[in-house]
Design a protein around this ligand. Structure first.
Ligand SMILES: Cc1cc2nc3c(=O)[nH]c(=O)nc-3n(C[C@H](O)[C@H](O)[C@H](O)COP(=O)(O)OP(=O)(O)OC[C@H]3O[C@@H](n4cnc5c(N)ncnc54)[C@H](O)[C@@H]3O)c2cc1C
Length: 532
C-alpha cells in the first residue's frame, strides 16, 4: 500500500501513521482534529496524496522577507532547486500537449531524483469537472507551477510517481545514497532530544548530537562530527527542540526542563489547509459504469483486470491520487481584501464523500476500510474547498519532558473570519460548478451539506462542524524567528532544522515539493562540503 498510489487511504490510521489529534478546537465547537503524519522512511511523503505543487512567487517573496530580505529564499532563488530536485515527465516527454517543450523545460527539471509525472489514468468525472469549471467561468491552467503565469485556473494535477508507483524521499534521494560509506540509517528508534554543551563566555551553547531510544527501550547517544540536522517535521522538530531546552522558557520550566535558549517562537505559528466538502450522489445507473466512481469504492482493489493492469503496466485507476483535478481561485471575499494570491484551492474527488472523511478515524485504525466500505463512499462526486493561504495560526507545545507523550496541538483553525469566508465562498463556487451541464450525466441529489444549507451563516456552521485537514502542516520553527536564513537554530551553534516546520508562511498548494526544494537548497549551499 505504500507504493501503490490508490493504497494511500489504507495507510491513514495504520502503524505507519503517527495519527496526531488536536486539543478540542474552540472555533470548531470543541472538535478534536485528526492530523496524519508519516511514521516510516520517506516521512509524510510516504503516505501523501502525491500532488506536486509549489505555490506561487509571492509565497517565496514572503519567505525571503521573513528571512531578512535578499536571503536566498525568493522564487528566483528557489526555482533552480525545484528544477534540480525533479525528473518531470513534462520535460522528459517534451511537453504534454497543453505545455510546449520550451515551457516545460523553463518550469521543470529532468535530471533530479524525484520523479514527477502526469496522471496515467484520468477518471471521466475529473474531465467533466474541468469542463464544468470552464462553463462556470474559470480559466484553464496548463501548469500550476508556472511562475511566469498566474496560479489561478483549473487543470489536472501532477503527481510524485515513477511508472505508476509512489516516489518519496526514501525511494528517490535515499535510494540513490544507500551505498555511501558515510551513511547509516537507524529505523525503529525514537530520538529523544538534542544534546548540548552549555554556553561559555561569549560562545553560545552548542549541539553535540542526539539521544535516542531503540526498540528495546535502550538509550544511545550519537555524537555529531560537525553539526546536527533535525528533520522531524512540523510536530516532532519543535517538540524535540523543547525537550532539549530550546523553546519558550516558561513552558520548559513548568516541565522541569533546564532552559538552554529562551526561544518563544518554537511551536508557534502552526498553519494548515482546512477543507470542506460539497458532495453529490450519482444517478442510480452510474453504479454500473466501469469508469465512474465505483473504481474508488468497492471494485478497484478487487477487479482482477485492474490489478493485472497495474502489476504489469503500472497503469489504470490504482495509479490515481484520487484528487486528480482541481485549481486555484481568488474568492470574492479575498479579492475585496486586496489579497494578491489565490486563497482557495479546489480539489475534485470522484465519489460522494462524507463531510469529514477523517471523522471515522477509529474505523481506519481498526484495519482501514476507507476504500472497501462503499456505503460511506457511494457513487457520485465531491468538490473540496481548501483554504490555500490561511490567516489563522495554531501552536504546538509539550505535555511533559518525555518524547513518549505526544505534543499538545492547537490547530487554531477558523480563529480568523477570513478563513471561514474563503470556505463559504468556496462551497458556493463548488455548487455553481456542480450545476453546470458537463455534470448532468453524473449529478443526482446533493449529499452534503444538502439542499437546506443555503445561507452564509448555515454554510459557515457546516464548515466549522466538518472542516478537516488537507494535510499541509508547517510553520512551527519558522524561518527568521526560530531559524536563520541558513536554517540554523538561533542561539545554538551546530544545529539546523531542515523540514516543513521552517516555512514562515504556508505555500498555496501542497507542501512536499517546497520541503524538498528547501532541503535541496540548504544542502547545496551550506552542507554539501561534508555530505559528499
Ligand atoms: C495524508 C497526507 C497527504 C499529503 N498529501 C500531500 C500531497 O499530495 N502533496 C504534497 O506535496 N504534500 C502532501 N503532504 C504533505 C507532505 O507529505 C509534507 O509536507 C512533507 O512530508 C513534510 O516533510 P517533513 O520532512 O517536514 O516531515 P515528515 O515528512 O513528516 O517527516 C518527519 C519524519 O521524522 C520522523 N520522526 C518524527 N519524530 C521522530 C523522533 N522522535 N525520532 C525519530 N524520527 C522521528 C517521522 O517518523 C518522519 O519520518 C501530505 C501529508 C499527509 C500526511
Amino acid at each position: 500500500m505504500l507504493h501503490i498510489p490508490l493504497g494511500f487511504p489504507y495507510l491513514l490510521g495504520s502503524d505507519v501513521d503517527w495519527a496526531y489529534t488536536t486539543e478540542p478546537e474552540e472555533a470548531l465547537g470543541g472538535r478534536r482534529l485528526y492530523l496524519p503524519r508519516g511514521k516510516v522512511l520517506g516521512g509524510s511523503h510516504a503516505i501523501s496524496v502525491m500532488l506536486y505543487q509549489r505555490g506561487d512567487t509571492a509565497d517565496y517573496a514572503r519567505w525571503d522577507a521573513a528571512a531578512g530580505g535578499n536571503a536566498g529564499w525568493s522564487a528566483a532563488d528557489m526555482l533552480p532547486y525545484f528544477k534540480r530536485s525533479e525528473a518531470n515527465t513534462r520535460v522528459l516527454g517534451g511537453g504534454d500537449g497543453e505545455l510546449s517543450p520550451a515551457d516545460a523545460a523553463r518550469i521543470h527539471g529532468a535530471d533530479g531524483p524525484l520523479a514527477v509525472s502526469d496522471l496515467r489514468c484520468v477518471n471521466e468525472m475529473s474531465s467533466a469537472f474541468l469542463s464544468a469549471a470552464s462553463a462556470a467561468g474559470l480559466a484553464r491552467n496548463a501548469d500550476f507551477n508556472d511562475w511566469e503565469r498566474s496560479q489561478e485556473g483549473v487543470g489536472l494535477f501532477q503527481v510524485t510517481q515513477r511508472n505508476g508507483a509512489r516516489a518519496t524521499p526514501a525511494t528517490t534521494y535515499l535510494a540513490a545514497a544507500r551505498g555511501r560509506k558515510n551513511l547509516t540509517v537507524l529505523t525503529g528508534v525514537t530520538v529523544e532530544r538534542v544534546t548540548t554543551t552549555a554556553a561559555s563566555g561569549s560562545s553560545p551553547p552548542r549541539a553535540t548530537g542526539v539521544e535516542y531510544i531503540d526498540a528495546d527501550g535502550q538509550r544511545h547517544v550519537v555524537a555529531a562530527a560537525v553539526e546536527t540536522v533535525l528533520a522531524g517535521g512540523v510536530f516532532a522538530s519543535p517538540q524535540l527542540l523543547m525537550l532539549s531546552g530550546i523553546g519558550p522558557a516558561e513552558d520548559l520550566q513548568s516541565h522541569g526542563i533546564p532552559v538552554v535558549v529562551d526561544a518563544p517562537g518554537v511551536g508557534a505559528n502552526l498553519q494548515d489547509h482546512p477543507a470542506t466538502m460539497v458532495s453529490y450522489l450519482s444517478h442510480e445507473p452510474m453504479q454500473d459504469k466501469r469508469k465512474s466512481s465505483v473504481y474508488y469504492t468497492e471494485k478497484t482493489g478487487k477487479s482482477l483486470f485492474t490489478l493485472l493492469r497495474y502489476a504489469f503496466g503500472g497503469k489504470g485507476p490504482l495509479t490515481s491520487p484520487m484528487c486528480e483535478a482541481g485549481g486555484f481561485v481568488t474568492t470574492p471575499s479575498a479579492a475585496a481584501d486586496g489579497r494578491s494570491s489565490a486563497d482557495l484551492q479546489l480539489r475534485f474527488i470522484p465519489f460522494a464523500s462524507e463531510p469529514d472523511p477523517y471523522a471515522s478515524l477509529g474505523e481506519f485504525a481498526a484495519g482501514g476500510s476507507y476504500l472497501t466500505n462503499s456505503s460511506s463512499r457511494p457513487a457520485g462526486f465531491t468538490l473540496q474547498s481548501v483554504v490555500a493561504r490561511p490567516v489563522s495560526r495554531g501552536r504546538v507545545s509539550i505535555k511533559s519532558a518525555s518524547v513518549t507523550d505526544r505534543p499538545v496541538i492547537e490547530a487554531g483553525w477558523m480563529k480568523s473570519e477570513e478563513d471561514l469566508a474563503t470556505l463559504v465562498d468556496g462551497m458556493k463556487l463548488c455548487r455553481k460548478i456542480a450545476a453546470q451541464e458537463p455534470f448532468s450525466p453524473y449529478r443526482g441529489t446533493e449529499r452534503f451539506p444538502g439542499g437546506d444549507v443555503v445561507s452564509d451563516a448555515d454554510l459557515a456552521d457546516y464548515a466549522r462542524s466538518t472542516c478537516h485537514t488537507a494535510n499541509a502542516l508547517v510553520g512551527t520553527c519558522a524561518l527568521g524567528d526560530v531559524v536563520d536564513a541558513q536554517l540554523r537554530v538561533k542561539g545554538v551553534a551546530g544545529l539546523r532544522v531542515v523540514d516543513s516546520s521552517v516555512m514562515p508562511t504556508i505555500v498555496g498548494g501542497q507542501t512536499g515539493a517546497a520541503t524538498m526544494a528547501a532541503l535541496a537548497s540548504v544542502c547545496s549551499r551550506h552542507l554539501e562540503h561534508y555530505l559528499l
